[in-house]
Design a protein around this ligand. Structure first.
Ligand code: BGC
Length: 277
């Protein structure tokens, strides 16, 4: 946190996250909420630095993760911060043309709904942006994370977790939304079934074996997009030093820098930009 932020309103402790009050009308600040299969996380974002202002606030994803239950949880997080400005929200879904078109790790009742109508009923925010979780993470990483100034070309960000999320960023940082590269068939099987971190875990593969699978998937992406850089996020990217040297691809692969705040930060950026993929 930079020195010129307002002072915390309450002391830090585990049960009571630090909540800092900022002026929602100040364009320096934004608000993002990242909806995942296990947790819904949100916080105030400093759009100048890409850092969170105070702590993020996390609530366990309601089960079943139906649209109204999740939207009520998102509203609880926004209210927790007393935030009244624009809000960006990620979903583990394809969100295109104001419609949620897929639902990974959340209730299938999401498919076909208008997320703006849904969140509009639960939040009093003046403007909303709803986008795919990996797209949000990619936007944030390219803007604030990886030092990509020297990268001349397409950047592909992959989140390796339960599935594989993807964000394709064009030169200049523009997002090609909803690429869903985790569902590409590689050697007769979906990429995420063989190269997500869950695939490594459930099959009890060594890093070496799993890196072989991931190299094969990345090679397919290289053939299709000729990227200049892959950025890898997700919990397993914390141990990237153990497996990136085992990859056989010609494109550089670097770990994400923003880690578990990327979705929140990217959501806030999308809201600020008025993005509605
Ligand atoms: C979904 C994507 C999502 C990714 C990460 C995939 O299974 O299809 O939409 O971005 O998981 O949550």
């Amino acid at each position: 946190m930079s020195a010129d932020h307002p002072a915390p309103a309450s002391p830090a402790n585990d049960a009571e996250p630090v909540v800092i009050t900022v002026d929602a009308a100040d364009p320096r600040y934004g608000f993002g909420v990242d909806v995942g299969g296990s947790g819904v996380k949100g916080g105030i974002v400093d759009l100048k630095t890409g850092e969170l202002v105070g702590d993020r606030f996390k609530i366990t994803t309601p089960q079943p993760a139906t649209p109204d239950a999740v939207a009520a949880t998102v509203a609880q997080i926004v209210d927790h911060f007393g935030w009244t400005g624009r809000v960006g929200i990620t979903l583990p879904s394809v969100v295109a043309g104001r419609i949620v078109r897929s639902a990974a790790n959340i209730d299938k009742a999401w498919i076909g709904i208008d997320p703006y109508e849904l969140f509009g009923r639960h939040l009093s925010s003046p403007a909303l942006s709803v986008l795919n979780d990996a797209d949000a993470a990619g936007l944030a990483e390219v803007e604030y994370g990886t030092n990509d100034d020297a990268v001349d070309g397409v950047i592909i960000m992959l989140t390796l977790g339960t599935g594989i999320g993807s964000a394709v960023l064009l030169p200049g940082g523009q997002l090609l939304p909803n690429t869903e590269l985790g569902h590409l068939q590689v050697d007769g099987e979906e990429a995420e079934a063989q190269a997500s971190s869950r695939a490594k875990e459930v099959n009890e593969w060594s890093y070496k074996h799993w890196a072989g699978k991931l190299s094969r998937v990345l090679a397919e992406y290289e053939m299709l997009f000729s990227p200049a850089l892959f950025i890898v996020g997700g919990g397993i990217s914390r141990k990237a030093h153990k497996w990136t040297p085992l990859l056989t691809n010609s494109t550089p692969v670097v770990p994400a820098n923003l880690r578990n705040t990327a979705g929140i930060v990217g959501a806030a950026m999308a809201a600020e930009a008025g993005m509605r993929p």
